[in-house]
Design a protein around this ligand. Structure first.
Ligand code: DC
Length: 229
């Protein structure tokens, strides 16, 4: 699939937005309700970050990262993430991975390879994909595009609770400060940066329950799917 352009009959829905805006939870539930496949593209970047930690390479070296990613195979299967065949689903959610992943996502070769895998993953399956560049770079012809946001404090609270639930005890201020740094990197990288597609529907999730967000998006998607494209 070349950016969604050649397979216009495959329905692709993109959800982009900053960390903690609720993208994964919403995308997963929407995929379940609509019978679509779900792609968590941040999980792919996290898997590459995990591989870099394991290989003990200097992640600031573009060449070392490019070389590393050329030897990797990262696959998503529903909620599971596989790195060279190994299930790394929970290993990619650690603070250590979260800390370095945006540096890994800055690398152009890493991005090119992951974009290739993301397009290949759609095949002919209706897909809901979430990340930062899905509506802009990866699937510019997507049927329906959303940009989910929430205030920085709200997003950090969600991330902090998530870490607590995983038994990782971090100070809230630390989570907030780190999130600000990551947001900045995600927004300012020269390619695949976090910017809304011009035709994206913006949803501010502050004060909304997940279920309410799901319902808002679901009605947009159902409307868009029923219209001629
Ligand atoms: O959504 P997440 O926190 O799991 O994403 C992990 C990192 O990967 C985050 O710093 C942004 C980056 N990312 C990206 O650059 N492009 C994507 N499509 C998805 C994630």
């Amino acid at each position: 699939m070349d950016g969604g352009g050649s397979v216009l009959d495959v329905i692709v829905v993109t959800i982009d937005g900053p960390a903690g805006a609720g993208k994964s939870t919403v995308a997963r539930e929407l995929a379940r309700r609509l019978g679509f496949q779900f792609l968590d593209t941040g999980a792919m970047y996290r898997a590459v970050a995990l591989a870099a930690i394991r290989a003990k390479i200097d992640i600031r070296s573009a060449d070392l990262l490019s070389n590393l990613v050329s030897q990797l195979d990262v696959r998503l299967n529903e909620d599971q993430v596989f790195l060279n065949g190994e299930n790394v689903t929970s290993l990619i959610r650690t603070w250590e991975v979260t800390n370095i992943v945006s540096l890994v996502a800055d690398n152009q070769d890493v991005r090119n390879r992951l974009v290739e895998w993301q397009r290949a993953a759609v095949q002919h399956l209706p897909t809901i994909t979430e990340g930062r560049d899905q509506g802009t770079v990866v699937f510019p012809q997507a049927r329906c595009k959303f940009f989910l946001t929430a205030s920085a404090t709200e997003r950090a609270k969600r991330r902090w609770s998530d870490l607590q639930e995983r038994g990782q005890d971090y100070n809230f201020e630390e989570v907030l400060t780190h999130q600000e740094l990551r947001d900045e990197r995600d927004r300012t990288r020269p390619f695949g940066s976090l910017i809304p597609a011009t035709d994206a529907i913006h949803i501010d999730t502050d004060g909304l329950e997940i279920i309410q967000v799901v319902e808002i998006l679901e009605s947009w998607i159902r409307k868009s799917v029923s219209e001629p494209h």
